[in-house]
Structures are given as structure tokens and as C-alpha cells.
Design a binder for this molecule. Structure first.
Ligand code: UFG
Length: 344
């Protein structure tokens, strides 16, 4: 079986959960990561969970000779799942060149190496950010891609286009997976999201407030045109998301794709407001959150949730875990971090 899969960014949040699911499904994931936003300790924790130590090399995708060396040393690669990218929306606005350089040069180098070493299959980590505020909800993959709100969002749009154009004119086959809002952590409590500094995203901010690392959660805006005035998102458990990557890469390896470049939404299909997310956290964990409203956060879309019909039918994949499980696992992970899981 052609089972070696390179996972770029494989020590990161979604990458590490995907490595576990790949191993569970009989694939051999090979991790490359520059560790700019993750810890090498994750490789040991993956090994503790699955009993199998994945190949890991510290590689910066922007360093073409280093990447070429990796491809040269590892034969028979069946596919690549490409997560490695900078992902902080706000930072991308202040550091656009860094974002364009890292996210686009990294992808270009990867595609050059894949062509040189006859690796045809790529699964790309894209985002629902490409839809902006959709005109119709739930949003399908046919909805127009809107002008990006940030350089980060633009790198996702451009990357999809690079893969699309290349796949029309070469042996490359690609699947772009548009994630909605990944949250939660592995059921083992051993791996999860590791935000550096003050978190931008809602759920790490909730769990850090609950554990006492932050004084107060700020809810950005209460005057949106939604039932309770706060923004609505489609939160998806990171393990459900990870499983979709395994299905997607298998589809390419087995030659079951219907077009050179396919696109799928990955969400649950249900939207929750910020207040509903807070209430679910409080109810599930029994921990009361200190929170207050403030002004809207610039750049936030009002509401977005996915139509997941295409992924359900074509990939045979469906998100299984609900918001309660997502919140419970995120909380377990936060408590384990506080107990020093990463130091042990
Ligand atoms: N929110 C708060 N307080 C916080 C953090 C977030 O009220 O401290 C709110 C936001 O305003 C938003 C919701 O919670 O309404 C979700 O915010 P997140 O930052 O968790 O998620 P976003 O939907 O803003 O971001 C996600 C991905 C990005 C992607 C973006 C595109 O994390 O990678 O969607 O819209 F670019």
C-alpha cells in the first residue's frame, strides 16, 4: 500500500491530530515542521497516544534545498497534507510580507519538490475565510470567493488558485478543505491547541479565562443582526476535522477524485453564537466565566456556517461531535496544560 504521507505543520494544532488519525488508519505520516509555532514535545505525545513514533524532521518549507533533501531521502511518498502556514489574522495585517512570503513560498517550494519527486497528491488546509460574509447561509462551495479581509485570508485564496492552476496542467491532484472554526482537543487530553501569548480565538480565550490565566473574556459586539446580537460561527471538533483529512488524502491516493482540484467545506452545518458558546462551556464544565461585552472586532464577519452536503456525499464524511464535547475536551486540555503536561 502506498501509505507514506508527508504532513507539513504536523506538530501544529490540526496537523498533530491528523497525524494520529493517519496512523490509526494505516498510513505512515512523516512530519515536517519548522517549530515556529509548536513544540517538538508533540512528537513524544503523539507516540504516547498511538504507540508509534512518527518520522519528524525540522524543515522550513521556505528553504528549498532542505526540503529537496527531505524528499530525496524519503522515497515512495503517496501524498502531502499541507498545514504549515502562519495563521494569525491580525498579525498578517501588520506583517503582510512575512505572511505572503512564508505561506506562498512554502507552498511553491512544496509543489516544486512534489513535481520533481513524482508525488501527485496534495490536501490543502484552506479556510471559510474565503467566503467573507456570504450572501446565502448555509454557505456552499459554489458561493463566490470574496475580496480577502486580511493578507492571511488572501494567502489562502491565492494558494487555492496556485493548486487549481497547477492541477489543470500537470499530474498534480489537489483537495482544498475549507475549515470553519476548529476547536477542542484530543480525547486523551495529551494534545490540543497551543496558542502563543494572548489567544485571538474564542475557545482558547474561554479556557484561559476559566483557568485564571486571563481576568476576563471580552465578547466583541452585541449589536449584530443575529438572534442574540453576537456573531455566529460553525465550530467543528478538531478530531472530526482530522478524520476528514485522512478521507481526503485516501480519495486522491485511490484515484477517486472527480476533478484535478476539488474543494470541500468542513463544518458541522450548525451555527452557534458567541453567547451560546459561552453558555455551553459553562454548562458542560460547571465553571462560570467572567465576561463582558465590548465593541465589535474589526474584520469579523457577522455569521457563517457551512453547507456540508458535498463533503457528506463525496467524501462520505460527517462531523460527529457536538459543541458540548468540543468544550469539554478543550477544558480537559487546558487543565492538563496547567498541570504541566508539556513539561512532564
Ligand atoms: N470572539 C470574542 N472574544 C474573543 C475572541 C473571539 O467575542 O476573545 C468572537 C469573535 O468576535 C467571533 C467569534 O468569537 O465572533 C469567533 O472568533 P474566533 O477568533 O475564534 O474565530 P474567527 O471566526 O474570527 O476566525 C476563524 C479562524 C481564522 C479565520 C477566520 C475567518 O480562526 O483562521 O475564522 O473568518 F481566518
Amino acid at each position: 500500500m502506498a501509505n507514506k504521507i508527508i504532513v507539513t505543520g504536523g506538530t501544529g494544532y490540526i496537523g498533530s491530530h491528523t497525524v494520529i488519525e493517519l496512523q490509526k488508519s494505516g498510513f505512515e505520516p512523516l512530519i515536517i515542521d519548522d517549530l515556529s509555532n509548536s513544540s517538538p514535545k508533540i512528537v513524544d505525545l503523539i507516540t504516547r497516544i498511538t504507540g508509534v513514533k512518527p518520522v519528524f524532521e525540522k524543515v522550513d518549507l521556505c528553504d528549498l534545498p532542505m526540503l529537496q533533501k527531505f524528499f530525496k531521502e524519503h522515497h515512495g511518498i503517496a501524498g502531502v497534507i499541507h498545514f504549515a502556514a502562519f495563521k494569525a489574522v491580525g498579525e498578517s495585517v501588520t506583517q503582510p510580507l512575512q505572511y505572503y512570503h512564508n505561506n506562498l513560498v512554502g507552498l511553491l517550494n512544496l509543489l516544486v519538490c512534489m513535481a520533481s519527486y513524482d508525488t501527485a497528491n496534495i490536501v490543502f488546509s484552506s479556510s471559510c475565510t474565503v467566503y467573507g460574509q456570504p450572501d446565502q447561509l448555509p454557505v456552499t462551495e459554489r458561493a463566490p470567493v470574496k475580496q480577502a479581509m486580511s493578507p492571511y485570508g488572501n494567502t489562502k485564496q491565492i494558494s487555492e488558485e496556485i493548486i487549481h492552476d497547477t492541477a489543470q496542467k500537470s499530474s498534480l491532484k489537489g483537495i482544498s478543505l475549507r475549515y470553519f472554526n476548529p476547536i477542542g482537543a484530543h480525547e486523551s487530553g495529551l494534545i490540543g491547541e497551543l496558542p502563543i501569548g494572548v489567544p485571538d480565538n474564542l475557545v482558547p480565550y474561554i479556557t484561559q479565562t476559566a483557568i485564571g490565566k486571563r481576568d476576563k473574556l471580552t465578547v466583541f459586539g452585541n449589536d449584530y443582526n443575529t438572534p442574540d446580537g453576537t456573531c455566529i460561527r460553525d465550530y467543528i471538533h478538531v478530531c472530526d476535522l482530522a478524520k476528514a483529512h485522512v478521507v481526503a488524502v485516501k480519495r486522491l491516493v485511490d484515484g477517486e477524485n472527480e476533478k484535478p482540484h476539488e474543494i470541500f467545506n468542513l463544518g458541522t452545518g450548525t451555527g452557534y453564537s458567541v453567547l451560546e458558546a459561552i453558555r455551553t462551556f459553562e454548562k458542560t464544565t460547571g465553571v462560570k466565566l467572567n465576561w463582558a461585552f465590548s465593541d465589535r472586532r474589526p474584520g469579523d464577519v457577522e455569521q457563517v456556517w457551512a453547507d456540508t452536503t458535498l463533503a457528506n456525499i463525496k467524501l462520505g464524511w460527517k462531523a460527529e461531535k457536538g459543541l458540548k464535547e468540543m468544550m469539554a475536551s478543550a477544558w480537559e486540555w487546558e487543565k492538563n496544560m496547567a498541570a504541566g503536561i508539556l513539561q512532564s
